[in-house]
Design a protein around this ligand. Sequence first.
Ligand code: URA
Length: 290
Amino acid sequence: MNPPAAPLDPKHEKALQALIAWWDEAGIELDAPVVRPRSAPAASPSRSAGAEPARHQASRATQSPAPAATAAAARAAGFGQTVQEGPSSLELAAKAQTLDELKSAIEAFEGCALKRTARNTVFARGDRAARVMVVGEAPGKEEDESGEPFVGPAGHLVDRMLASIGIERDTVYMSNILNWRPPGNRTPTQDEIALCLPFIERHVALKAPDILILAGGLAAQALLRETTGITRLRGRWQDYAIRGTDGEASGKTIPALPIFHPSYLLRRPPEKKSAWIDMLALQSRLSLED
Ligand code: URA
């Protein structure tokens, strides 16, 4: 039998905590007693230390290949079948006629491997009758723990940004491209994005907001089928094409405003100036459409 572990010197305990935090940020899963590297490689090995995952940096989003091609290819190949047998995400999404049905369909979906490492399926937060819907990238640690999107530091910043133009947190509606946290907050793969895209597209169609806010390059590129980076997209109104149950553009559109991801703004406070300009653009669009 092993002797009982001696208490750690506080100096070593602090160092150990810092190491664990760094591992978490680097995408290494700590599943005691086994430490194993993440299963899928991040899109880029470069990460800088900091409170937020580097996947939210604008530069990373700019470099990512567009999901459009992957989505189209995956669709042609019947995506949703690639991870596990069963109905595809597109088929399940198409059957949902209400937000509750969609939520149940996503919770029952076993085709995305991210679900196996996540604690919760994260669907949405806020007022279902809200005029504004914010779509972000993926749940982080706090969202995974609580099952609600945008409840961590990035979510608090979005709340403050919206509050600055008089929009209270409970009067908007929020969701993400992915419904499950990527382990260690690693960058979602293009396959994961393509797999989850039918769910968020159906989500937007059923919710039918007046205005979409696309938080970060990944959300903007995925939903707009864009290759342009967020640095060029942000602050420019776009027409989001509402998708039908076949996943194709229905002919109807919703005004959509790409903005920098709040996690990126937390890392780069000087960029909050552009976020403020974007909030003013949102405010004026809302009053125009009153
Ligand atoms: N929390 C979310 O729910 N989504 C993000 O994109 C970031 C943090």
